[in-house]
Write a protein that binds this ligand. Sequence first.
Ligand code: GDG
Length: 481
Amino acid sequence: MSRLIIASNRLPVMINRSADGMTITPSAGGLATGLKSYHKDSNSVWIGWPGVMPETKKEEKEVIGLLETEQCLPVFLNEELITNYYDGFSNATLWPLFHYFAEFTEFNESYWESYSKVNEMFADAIIENAEEGDVVWVHDYQLLLLPNILRERRPDLTIGFFLHIPFPSYELIRILPWREQIVNGLLGADLIGFHTYDYARHFISSVKRLLGHDVDFNQIKLENRQVMIDVFPMGIDYEKFESHALEIQSKPIQDRSKEHQDIDRFLLSMPNRKLILSIDRLDYTKGIPQRLNAFREFLMKHPDYRERVSLIMLTVPSRTDVEQYQNLKNEIDVLVGNINGEFGTLNWNPVIYFYRSVPFNNLIELYSSADVALLTPLRDGMNLVAKEYIASKVNKKGVLILSEMAGASKELGEAISVNPNNIPDTADAIYRALTKPDKEMEKAITAMQQRIKRYDIHKWASEFMKALNKTIEKRSEHHAR
Ligand code: GDG
């Protein structure tokens, strides 16, 4: 029986240093949920960075011991590797380039060297633990070289790879000095999965143009094997969002959390008051300044909505060591200040801005209470927030405004779709969302709910694993010929 080895930059658990030593907290993130059944049931192991740098051998042992209880194995990264591999090549080279921010992309040899080194370190950790014929599932843009390193050293392994961010057009990839190595790194896999058909198509075109391999529909033909390319749009834990939203809705007002009561009070303090919600990591790909400008334009065009609608903007701190993120934070602070200064009154803040993360329960309360979700990324691999908002709308009253640049827009066709760079159109979309008749809302939400309930996070993981196992059968047929 082959085992599953999962590799991702971060482990599905967090290790923290406290006064009493190291502590471990499981993460409730989507990936961890989707892979839980495979990870726990089949004696599999998850390899990744535990988020902590042990200072002594004793601490290192302590971390290894804690992780063992969760079937996790650490790859320890030091300060220099975090700077060059994580902040550097991953987040200052690949992240901007793959999201079409060519002007932010840094080309730096030391970043590249560290990136290659960390990918080798992941390979060492996997190989040390892999038995003959094991299956490895590698995740995301931090580990693009890993499939091929593994292939060369351990041809017996079955290797799957899933990219969580967009794969951009060849015109972007071609500017990267290490473009051949990156594409070739991925081709070590037996199966490469993307969120959307467009990303898969871009990848295939880069393979053809950079490496000249033959492609037959979704199979890349290498000298002695084939690589399958396929589309697996990542879903959410639908049941979890739906059941929490139902529970919250059934609670009498006095039993609700303080934060939820605050939202209720805000909405009831004036007849027909509305709430627009946006949630994202503070990232330049998420189109936050454009969104604020669209909201400002909406308030200019529709003065009758002043005091009647607020935008709750939850912005989660992210990659705070990278310069562009610091600049963006300052830009957002100023924009929010300007809008509130220009339109705000003693009773009303147009933008209610949080720069922090909130506990899961508060997240669901926000989803349930918001009349409109305004999600306007300039580029986004998928955007799970859009799906979570829809799943939480158990009363079917809500409108989603979604950027056409988010992978999720391919599955959520009933949303109001906007080009986030078109500020006047986004402002109009806000007006249309706020005036949408109940019947139309219900129809749109129901259709989207049915779709994302069917293809949830569990289905996503099982479809990927099914396709990966199929490559094993294909390989044995190929060898038998
Ligand atoms: C990458 C790709 C792709 C957010 N704030 C809080 C909180 N969250 C949770 C949301 C959601 C997740 O974080 C964010 O997921 P997204 O998909 O929206 O975005 P990225 O973080 O950029 O993820 C993206 C994804 O990978 C999966 O492949 O969709 O395109 O960029 O689940 O609920 N959770 C809590 N408090 C918060 O304040 N508890």
